[in-house]
Design a protein around this ligand. Structure first.
Ligand SMILES: [Zn+2]
Length: 304
């Protein structure tokens, strides 16, 4: 029997203990959270990295102590590009960029007597891993789009690669240059919350979608472009990796019209063996990402 810890860093930190139950990993007890007040959304911005490691260790320690079995992996999901334990980029938590986070946090934990391998992964990947694990589908292809300030793309099974699906090029229009990375024609440059605010200097994204419903031509045209951009991203993922399950999560799923997305996708994917995909909206649920982070940590050592 084994235990793991799953930790997810977004605008807050949540951490939970996972233990084996009937052959599956499951969350035991309530997750811990920092800051405790969910309305505080900027508590992690600018926190120095040594303080961040202490915050993480302070959440991990009591969970390890509560475990009934030895903890064989600690998974940390972060909003950024992660390769080989290094956070290569993290636009929304800039202090993480360049950190060898697995090594550094592992060292902090060892000082307090905890010697379990630390595995760092992308936060969208942790959602995909959690969905796969919860459904008992660890061998099935799952992809997750997170629609927020940036556009995240996660996949399970985790495979070596960069997988920055949010920066898929979906238009050749040279005027499409609102992406946070500076690249031209990217999905995020159309769909990202920040990009929408740059495009519509005179209204907030929620007003754009509300005005589209009221019949405003410019807004309607944009809402259609927004859905076509996501459909194009899914179509490219399908043409490269095959059909499978797509989930959509993040604050801007409030704008998503699955029926419209499906209509566009059906026009973009015409080869019949590729048409067996499914599209599903997923509400915010920390428990899924915590589970995914822990399971990915165990999988990384082929321990479970
Ligand atoms: Zn980009």
């Amino acid at each position: 029997m084994t235990a793991a810890i799953g930790v997810v860093i977004t605008e807050h930190i949540v951490a939970g203990l996972l233990q084996e139950e009937n052959g599956q990993m499951a969350l035991t007890g309530e997750p811990l959270r920092f800051p405790v007040d969910p309305s505080e959304t900027d508590a992690l911005i600018g926190v120095p990295t040594n303080e961040l490691y202490e915050l993480l260790a302070a959440q991990i320690r009591p969970l390890v102590q509560a475990a009934a079995y030895p903890v064989s992996g600690i998974g940390i999901a972060v909003p950024g590009v992660v390769r080989g334990g290094v956070v290569q980029d993290a636009p929304n938590l800039a202090q993480l960029k360049g950190l060898r986070m697995g090594e550094a946090l592992g060292a902090v934990l060892r000082e307090s007597g905890l010697d379990a391998p630390v595995h760092i992964l992308n936060d969208a990947d942790s959602v995909a891993a959690g969905l796969a694990s919860r459904g008992g589908n660890l061998d099935r292809l799952i992809r997750v789009w997170t629609l927020g300030n940036g556009i995240g793309y996660g996949r399970w099974p985790i495979a070596d690669g960069v997988w920055e699906g949010g920066h898929t090029v979906v238009t050749l229009d040279p005027k499409e240059r609102f992406c946070g990375c500076g690249g031209v024609g990217h999905i995020e440059g159309i769909m990202g919350n920040r990009a929408m605010r740059l495009r519509f200097m005179d209204m907030e994204p929620e007003d754009v979608f509300a005005n589209a419903l009221k019949g405003d031509a410019r807004c309607r045209e944009f809402v259609d472009l927004w859905h076509r951009a996501l459909a194009a991203g899914c179509a490219t993922a399908i043409h490269l990796g095959g059909p499978g399950r797509f989930y959509f999560t993040g604050m801007n799923i409030r704008f998503l019209d699955i029926k419209l997305l499906r209509e566009h996708l059906e026009m973009m994917v015409r080869m019949s063996p590729l048409q067996s995909y499914s599209l599903e909206v997923l509400g915010a649920d920390d428990a899924i990402s915590i589970l995914g982070a822990g399971v990915a940590a165990l999988r990384a050592q082929q321990d479970w």
